[in-house]
Design a protein around this ligand. Structure first.
Ligand SMILES: [Zn+2]
Length: 563
């Protein structure tokens, strides 16, 4: 982001006005850091120098505010500025009752309304349940103001008890008698959090996916205590699962992370686990001669036909593992599993008939066109600057996400896919580089690479979003003009596949005189994957699943180029 002279002038006036009139409302408030790592700046704006960084959960006393920025006190005693979206502001305990001890209350009724003000006339903000505990931030007319997650609200003092400061340990839950317990639950939400305790406020310890089944240990209020594949225990919300009388088959000895688990019939289970970004298909309860496998490389599909029918009828996808469509259904008294992936599939299968266990690692099948191709992948930015710091590229304004970190993750994902398909990949760097932009291009020129692919995230002050792919081949440059059709073709195929696979807005193929495109002697493209400046895309770019999807889109475009 850049400040035009006008914007800088407006900002200065704003700061002056706020400084002259002052806003002392922040006394007695503190900010809890929300972002993973958050910059503290010298002044209220991203144009000010970063003085230090703070980490998630750190508590900072609020001294003042200016626009969207808060002046805070660091533990060193020095002051700095932080954007208010990056912290949760709450009242200090001292502001509540003059004591430095944080007080908590516990709910004594089944369901309690939390309201926007101290009285039943105020509108409801949320509901809390029996035995839930919340920090008290204020007290007025017999009503307590409490902190619920990131929001605050008021509850009537008639339905709570204030806890002595020492007894903030979780209370014994109300247990449901075991005869009422289902044997297992099947996850019905797309991605569901497993928490340490049965409350939305409790820490998330794991995530499970739609279709997965988990053994039930106990139940408390609307929450189930479940056992995960890792044998760790946690709590899942009752409204995101379907109770089942079937017990979960005994776990295999696989240490892979389980993504999906489906009991197809009694003592027969199909599951998908994850091994280093590759999906692994596990079949338990069948011998080799009861499993029929067909692979269709033109449709990028694997079909498993298993002896014995199933009552399960499932359709879903696991995009981060390259599974675009997964179907489980019954046909002619057999269970059929159809997996359509983003790549030509190849199975590395291990049968163990004694244990009736089959493990299939779903790999990218070598693609004829990609085998032996040399591809230079360039993660944008991270050049060492005078003074030793790294050029971060654009910075996400909400989560402080650095473009250089995003481009590296996408590039590494892309490298893994290209290598799995038989290509030779050269990365221009793996996190930092002393090379100039021409130096990055030279890697491709000196290694006689087939193509050069530079990965970036875009930034705009005009609210733009979506994918853009750049090439450069001006008619005036004889050498580059001779590659025009190849360069344009590569850019077009990658752009098309990005739009098809990832589905953000199509900002088109563009031609621009970027140094890495101008200096490369081999066909080259620069992919602006998405806009880090866009509120939605900044969040997406911070997500590994989305970055994986972007890599899949670029991979497929490159695959088509060599076909
Ligand atoms: Zn960039």
């Amino acid at each position: 982001m850049k400040f035009t002279p006008l914007k800088r002038w407006v900002l200065c006036c704003l700061i002056l006005i706020l400084w002259v009139f002052g806003i002392p409302v922040w006394a007695g408030e503190e900010g809890v850091v929300k972002g993973r790592v958050v910059n503290i700046r010298q002044g209220p704006g991203t144009s000010y120098q970063v003085v230090t960084q703070v980490k998630s959960g750190q508590v900072l006393a609020v001294l003042d505010s200016s626009g969207s920025w808060l002046k805070i006190q660091l533990s060193s005693g020095k002051a700095g500025w932080v954007h208010k979206d990056l912290v949760t502001v709450r009242q200090t305990a001292a502001a509540v009752n003059g004591s430095s001890e944080q007080k908590y209350l516990q709910v004594t009724t089944k369901v309690l309304n939390v309201r926007s003000g101290p009285g039943t006339g105020y509108k409801m903000v949320t509901k809390i349940g029996l035995n839930e505990k919340h920090a008290i931030v204020d007290l007025k007319d017999g009503w307590y103001k409490i902190q619920v997650g990131t929001q605050q609200g008021w509850v009537s003092g008639n339905y709570v008890k204030v806890l002595a400061p020492a007894s903030n340990t979780p209370t014994t839950p109300v247990q449901t008698p075991s005869q009422d317990l289902p044997k297992s639950v099947i996850i019905t939400g797309d991605i569901v959090n497993i928490r340490q305790q049965g409350s939305l406020e409790s820490a998330v310890i794991s995530k499970v996916y739609k279709g997965q089944s988990l053994a039930v240990i106990s139940k408390q209020n609307d929450w189930y205590q479940v056992e995960l594949a890792s044998q760790a225990r946690g709590w899942v919300a009752g409204w995101l699962v379907e109770p089942s009388a079937e017990s979960v088959p005994a776990r295999g000895d696989s240490a892979d992370n389980e993504v999906l688990s489906a009991p197809l019939a009694d003592q027969k289970r199909f599951s998908i686990t994850e091994r280093g970004n590759r999906p692994v298909l596990n079949l338990e309860g069948w011998t080799k001669d009861q499993i029929q496998v067909t692979t269709d490389s033109s449709n990028k599909t694997v079909v498993l036909t298993l002896d014995g029918s199933t009552k399960i009828n499932y359709e879903g996808k696991i995009e981060r593992l390259g599974i675009l469509d997964l179907k489980i259904y019954a046909r002619d008294n057999k269970a059929v599993i159809e997996i359509k992936s983003t790549f030509i599939p190849a199975l590395d299968t291990t049968y163990d008939d004694a244990k009736k266990k089959t493990v299939m690692v779903l790999n990218i099948g070598t693609s004829k066109g990609l085998t032996g191709k040399v591809i230079v992948v360039d993660p944008g930015h991270a050049s060492v600057q005078p003074g030793g710091w790294l050029d971060p590229g654009a910075i996400g304004p909400r989560t402080n996400l650095y473009e250089k970190d995003v481009t590296l993750r996408i590039a590494v994902n892309l490298k893994n896919m290209l290598e799995a398909a038989g290509a030779k990949v050269i990365m221009t760097h793996l996190g930092q580089t002393e090379l100039s932009l021409a130096g990055r291009a030279a890697i491709a020129n000196n290694s006689q690479a087939d193509i050069f692919v530079s990965i970036h995230a875009n930034s705009s002050t005009q609210g733009l979003s979506g994918h853009t792919t750049y090439f450069y081949a001006p008619w005036g440059d004889e050498f580059l003009a001779a590659q025009r059709s190849d360069r344009q073709k590569l850019a077009t195929l990658v752009q098309n596949e990005l739009v098809k696979t990832v589905g953000r807005k199509d900002m088109g193929v563009r031609e621009s005189n970027f140094a890495v495109l101008r200096e490369t002697r081999v066909p080259s493209i620069l992919v602006e994957t998405a806009f880090i400046s866009d509120s939605q895309e900044e969040i997406l770019l911070g997500d590994e699943g989305f970055r994986q999807k972007l890599a899949v889109g670029i991979f497929r475009g490159i695959q088509s180029y060599f076909e």
